[in-house]
Design a protein around this ligand. Structure first.
Ligand SMILES: [Zn+2]
Length: 264
């Protein structure tokens, strides 16, 4: 909810009507499991506000990808659970393929990945694929060499390195970089509908493709920042300057900090 509010406020300078962002954000919060409903609702809200649905879609998707990313460090985070379910589905598919097309594989061996996959779908926090990847990438020999084992292990625990300004910059760069890599495959005529017609982009005189990139990066950064600010309003606070400084940061006076059970 903090994220949707932040996105609505952040969209104002770009010329995005805050009510449209709030409405579409509310749809994302309540019906995030039903993609067709979400798409239809966003199209309707955008049309009612006289804007291309793609602009609202780009902005909200970016903000969402920014807002859920920091909790990659947690087995119960949205990213970890979604990746575990995807891993589970892939393992079930592998089992089916092994059963159908490789007669020499014994039945128990073909069924094994499927059983693990079903477990991953039912108990996603047991197999948080993205959390493993996150830890594996950070726990490389170079980090070990520069920071030492103890500090390296401490940095990958919950609310450490992924809840920092450094991670915000890296994730935003990665998301913009990802779009930049995909850009050659996007027909030029599509860009104006994705973000190129935002009023600020038109005022500054950017082309539609650069405008979309900026809108996308801005949205990701806004989503990520809103997550960090939300966590900085809780009792465990955040350490935004890691790995350079251990200083803690909070957005509320200590007696007002929220208790969330430390999950997010
Ligand atoms: Zn968090």
């Amino acid at each position: 909810m903090i994220g949707v509010g932040a996105a609505a406020a952040a969209g104002i300078p770009l010329g995005l009507p805050p009510l449209a962002v709030l409405g579409a954000g509310a749809v994302l919060l309540t019906r995030r499991r039903s993609l067709p409903f979400t798409i239809v609702a966003i199209v309707v809200i955008a049309a009612a506000n006289g804007m291309p649905p793609g602009v609202l879609g780009t902005f909200l998707t970016g903000a969402l990808l920014g807002a859920i990313a920091p909790d990659i460090d947690h087995a119960y985070g949205l990213v970890a659970r979604a990746s575990a379910r995807a891993l589970g589905a892939a393992l079930v598919a592998l089992s089916c393929a092994a059963t159908l097309w490789t007669p020499n594989v014994p039945a128990w061996a073909a069924a094994l990945p499927g059983a693990v996959g079903i477990l991953a779908v039912l108990r996603p926090s047991w197999m948080p694929l993205t959390l493993w990847i996150y830890r594996a990438v950070l726990s490389n020999p170079l980090t070990w060499l520069f920071l030492g084992r103890e500090r390296m292990c401490a940095l990958v625990t919950h609310r450490k390195l992924s809840h920092t300004v450094l991670a915000l910059l890296l994730w935003t760069a990665a998301m913009v970089g990802g779009l930049w890599v995909l850009a050659p495959w996007v027909p030029p005529a599509v860009w104006p509908y994705l973000g190129g017609t935002v009023s600020l982009v038109e005022r500054v005189g950017l082309d539609a493709r650069t405008g979309t990139m900026l809108l996308w990066g801005y949205a990701v950064a806004v989503g990520y920042t809103s997550h960090l600010l939300g966590d900085a309003a809780t009792v465990s606070r955040i350490q935004p300057w890691l790995p350079f400084s251990d200083a803690r940061f909070q957005v509320l006076p200590s007696p007002l900090l929220l208790r969330t059970g430390g999950r997010h």
